[in-house]
Design a protein around this ligand. Structure first.
Ligand code: S6P
Ligand code: ZN
Length: 194
């Protein structure tokens, strides 16, 4: 019974339709409210509702102890000077941790402790592995000029809770300051664009 869920997937990083994976596509319009500069967001959306990122998820089994994993591809770009980002989430089962493995491109992960609001930033690129503990909201940011590709591996029972982030967003913004990705407190960032 268990062996029947064993599998191997051979994928090409450029494959946009991996066999056996379920593909989710997030366009700019799906990210309304996630970028700090609303005016810059509306201006970009008026030009083109482009694909910001895709996630190709593989869910071999759903039992206790099983794992799911997903290949994320986040495009390069900025809204104002804030880099393209994923929505970000907490796991519905808060204890669930996740491992991210950078495969290609250049970016970072913004982590925020749900309880304290403290944040940490780790580079995400080829050969980097980031461990995201439970109770930590996580968002991927592309700070480079090519698509950022990574693998996220998480418990099958993790679930995705987007509600908290959709409501109050991360406390920090990652923006381009003189060509350097810089963490800025959202409240300070907002003061400067108004
Ligand atoms: C799933 C894992 C990733 C994200 C992906 C997109 O637990 O963290 O596969 O789903 O980075 O981000 P989001 O926040 O839109 O799900
Ligand atoms: Zn996750």
């Amino acid at each position: 019974m268990h062996l029947s869920t064993a599998q191997q997937i051979i994928f090409d990083l450029n494959d946009t339709d991996i066999d056996g994976a379920e593909r989710v596509e997030r366009r700019l319009s799906d990210l309304k409210g996630f970028f700090a500069n609303e005016q810059a967001f509306e201006a970009a959306l008026a030009k083109e509702d482009s694909i910001l990122y895709t996630v190709q998820s593989v869910t071999p089994a759903d039992g206790e102890g099983d794992l799911h994993y997903g290949l994320g591809t986040l495009m390069p770009g900025k809204i104002g000077d804030e880099y393209y980002l994923t929505k970000g989430h907490l796991h519905s089962w808060r204890e669930a941790a996740e491992v991210y493995i950078g495969l290609e491109g250049e970016g970072l992960m913004l982590l925020e402790d749900e309880k304290t609001g403290d944040s940490k930033i780790f580079p995400l690129k080829k050969n980097s592995i980031v461990y995201v503990p439970g109770y930590v909201a996580h968002r991927t940011v592309n700070t480079g000029e090519t698509p950022l590709k990574y693998l996220g591996i998480y418990p099958a029972a993790a679930g995705h809770d987007y509600g908290v982030i959709a409501e109050r967003n991360f406390l920090s913004v990652i923006a381009d300051v003189d060509g350097k990705p810089t963490e800025i407190k959202r409240e300070d960032y907002l003061k400067n664009i108004k």
